[in-house]
Design a protein around this ligand. Structure first.
Ligand SMILES: Nc1ncnc2c1ncn2[C@@H]1O[C@H](COP(=O)(O)OP(=O)(O)OP(=O)(O)O)[C@@H](O)[C@H]1O
Ligand SMILES: [Mg+2]
Length: 164
């Protein structure tokens, strides 16, 4: 029987993150699983080819990393004071690839993430990170639509028309 003992919960610290975190905690409590809470900082190496001082990029990366650490601390305080079995992780890199590698390295049995993130409903079906992880992950993924499964008070989009 498959045992779910470690759940990877990727968050982008947007408004949808607490909703997805609540679902992940409920799953984890019932399964007696641990949560790995992950935030990935976008890779800035892509900008090394254009005329930007490497020092400036490194400084920006460091500033972003410090900001991410602070956001992670706040997120833990606000959302995980009732669930201590959580390991926060911040990594840099391509978001989809890094999340999948992290899930494998940490031995996650399940990934729980939002269908959408910061951008929100502009992308009707899936945000790009959600789509990339669902398409490429060897580990099962549960996606939570925070606008339908959560308490977010934004106008819901019309239901997708059925394909005949
Ligand atoms: N930088 C990140 N680090 C960790 N998890 C992330 C990150 N970005 C997104 N996610 C995860 O992916 C989910 C979906 O977000 P995604 O970025 O795919 O949608 P979006 O922001 O609405 O659209 P897009 O980014 O494609 O414009 C989020 O709820 C979160 O679980
Ligand atoms: Mg996004």
């Amino acid at each position: 029987m498959v045992e779910i003992k470690k759940i990877l919960l990727p968050v982008d610290f947007s408004d949808v993150a607490p909703v997805v975190a609540k679902w992940a905690k409920d799953f984890a409590k019932q399964l007696k699983a641990k949560i790995i809470l992950a935030y990935i900082l976008e890779d800035l190496t892509a900008y090394e080819g254009i005329y930007v001082d490497i020092k400036t990029l490194t400084e920006l990366e460091n500033t972003l990393y410090e900001g991410a650490k602070k956001s992670m601390e706040d997120f833990l305080k606000e959302n995980f004071s009732d669930f201590p079995e959580v390991e926060p992780v911040i990594e840099k890199g391509d978001v989809v690839e890094t999340l999948i590698n992290l899930a494998k390295e940490k031995g996650a049995d399940l990934i729980i993430m939002g269908t959408h993130g910061r951008k929100g409903l502009d992308k009707i079906l899936f945000g790009s990170v959600a789509e990339g992880v669902v398409k490429n992950s060897p580990i099962p993924v549960i996606t939570i639509n925070p606008y339908r499964a959560g308490l977010l008070t934004v106008e819901e989009p019309a239901l997708e028309p059925e394909i005949a």
